[in-house]
Design a protein around this ligand. Structure first.
Ligand code: HEM
Length: 206
């Protein structure tokens, strides 16, 4: 019985190692492919550019919260395998936000840099979105194992910026919606829970 159990367990672990990452990669890319197909086939409603910008931004925020959920989830189930996917999820945050920003620069503003500069200065929701994007860059650049080793303890310190980025992202969403605050409130509550968990863990370990 024990032998049977360990063979099954070994198979599941082996299978997860083999197909886990490609599967998660494909699942993370799926929203982008769907969005792109919808854009190219005119299925994004009356204002396709706005819909594309908004949806890519929302996917960026979803992946951001998902990345922050990895550690609490790992503690909850008492296994370390979720950690294997954290870096990929984090890089997908950067990917969706690059798409979001490109959509704003190319489709919305047609590379009008003076208009974009004025937006960054004058519209608080763009200012804070841009802050979140700039803060994401060092995290994306240092997400590989090599940089992790080189930075040592500073790597963890630097990557705590992800919480600041998430707060900026939620504020960005709150600032841009004028009437219906329901969706940003849902994301803010999720972030609140994740931050509370993080603070609780830090407090307990000191
Ligand atoms: C971490 C960075 C960012 C995140 C997580 C993010 C997320 C979001 C979210 C969730 C929305 C609203 C989606 C909806 O209404 O369903 C949004 C809208 C928007 N974002 Fe961002 N964003 C980020 C950075 C930026 C940057 C850098 C810019 C441009 C400089 C930008 C420009 C916009 C614009 C223009 C909209 C409104 C689209 C419209 O209504 O036409 N965002 N973003």
């Amino acid at each position: 019985m024990l032998l049977y159990y360990s063979i099954i367990n070994m198979d599941v672990a082996g299978l997860q190692k083999k197909i886990g990452k490609p599967l998660v990669f494909a699942l993370c890319l799926l929203p982008f492919i769907v969005l792109l197909v919808q854009l190219l086939t005119n299925k994004l409603g009356a204002n396709p550019i706005e819909a594309f910008t908004r949806q890519s931004g929302e996917w960026g925020l979803r992946f951001l919260l998902l990345t922050l959920t990895v550690t609490p989830f790992r503690h909850l189930i008492g296994q370390s395998w979720p950690l294997r996917y954290r870096r990929m999820l984090g890089l997908f945050v950067f990917f969706y936000i690059c798409i979001h920003l490109s959509s704003y620069i190319v489709l919305d503003q047609f590379f009008d840099w003076s208009e974009i500069g004025a937006d960054i200065i004058k519209r608080p929701f763009i200012t804070i979105g841009m802050t979140a994007f700039v803060l994401l860059i060092p995290l994306a650049l240092t997400s590989n194992k090599n940089m992790m080793k080189r930075l040592g303890r500073n790597w963890q310190r630097l990557h705590r910026l992800v919480y600041v980025i998430a707060i900026c992202a939620v504020l960005h969403f709150f600032w841009l919606v004028k009437a219906d605050l329901y969706t940003p409130t849902v994301y803010a509550s999720m972030l609140g829970l994740l931050l509370a968990y993080r603070l609780f863990k830090t407090y307990r370990s000191t």
